[in-house]
Design a protein around this ligand. Structure first.
Ligand code: MF3
Ligand code: CO
Ligand code: CO
Length: 266
């Protein structure tokens, strides 16, 4: 009895801690959003992310994570994920994914958005919209104890219908005290995902990467991080951290100023 009570208290504290981490991370996204404009370097965005995080007493999770050199990922155009901020100047027509992860009192919040820089091509816009719609379609199928593979099924259905491919080599993940933990959240249905269920209390990300062309990526041999599409075509992504509640999912990284569920990206 006492054991059960203690366990429930710990579980409640964990949920509160993850809500706080998600909330701060979302505020960081709201802070950075107006800076994502033509003419700014991705390196300057990274400095702003680091300063805001440290000023609020928190820790950028990416910095030094497995040797990653910066405080966030900035993935431009054909970069699927893990782009390293640097001297690149964002220009009209680019799309850029900004992926932010913060450690708040030992717990992680993780989210990303793809931004349109000025006027972009209709092709780029449609792809970014698709990545956004895939994320929300996946969130909308979540129910307590649903299968992980339900997520991939929802993503694939929308992406393939619109003629895009879904990245397989990079996945969503459990998130909590650790940045990346179980379960693996594939954005395509897999045998493992059909066996695995999302029980109340689990915290995880959904972060579909959607490509205009082939799904395969190639890692940059020089920096060891940047992953580009093999065919050089565009890639877009959105990510949220989610808590599976007792009644249904809670999206912990919802922002005030960003694109809202069911909405248009701009
Ligand atoms: N934020 C990414 C994710 O969604 C991981 C970035 S790891 C880093 O899982 F080392 F590149 F920062
Ligand atoms: Co992320
Ligand atoms: Co993630």
């Amino acid at each position: 009895m006492l054991m059960n009570r203690r366990r429930r208290e710990l579980e409640k504290a964990k949920r509160q801690a993850m809500r706080a981490a998600g909330r701060f991370n979302a505020e960081l996204m709201d802070f950075i959003r107006p800076h994502v404009q033509p003419g700014i370097t991705t390196g300057r965005l990274d400095e702003l992310v680091r300063e805001y995080t440290l000023d609020h007493g928190h820790v950028p999770a990416c910095l030094n994570y497995q040797g990653f050199p910066k405080s966030c990922c900035t993935s431009v155009n054909e970069v699927i994920c893990h782009g390293i901020p640097g001297p690149y100047v964002l220009k009209e027509g680019d799309i850029v994914n900004v992926d932010l992860t913060t450690i708040v009192q030992g717990w992680h919040g993780d989210q990303s958005e793809t931004f349109l820089i000025g006027e972009v091509s209709a092709e780029a816009r449609d792809l970014v919209q698709c990545a956004f719609d895939c994320l929300w379609a996946a969130i909308d199928v979540l129910k307590p104890n649903c299968r992980v593979a339900d997520i991939g099924a929802a993503v694939v259905q929308i992406a393939h219908q619109r003629g895009y491919s879904v990245v397989r080599d990079y996945v969503g993940h459990g998130v909590g005290r650790r940045f990346h933990q179980d379960p693996t959240i594939s954005h395509v249905p897999t045998p493992e995902g059909r066996r695995q269920r999302l029980a109340p209390g689990v915290t995880f990300t959904i972060e579909p990467m959607i490509n205009a062309g082939v799904c395969d990526g190639v890692q940059d041999a020089r920096d060891g991080w940047t992953v580009r599409t093999r065919d050089g075509r565009l890639s877009a992504q959105f990510e949220h951290t989610i808590l599976m509640g007792n009644e249904g999912p809670e999206v912990l990284t919802l922002t005030r100023g960003g694109p809202q569920r069911g909405g248009w990206i701009e």
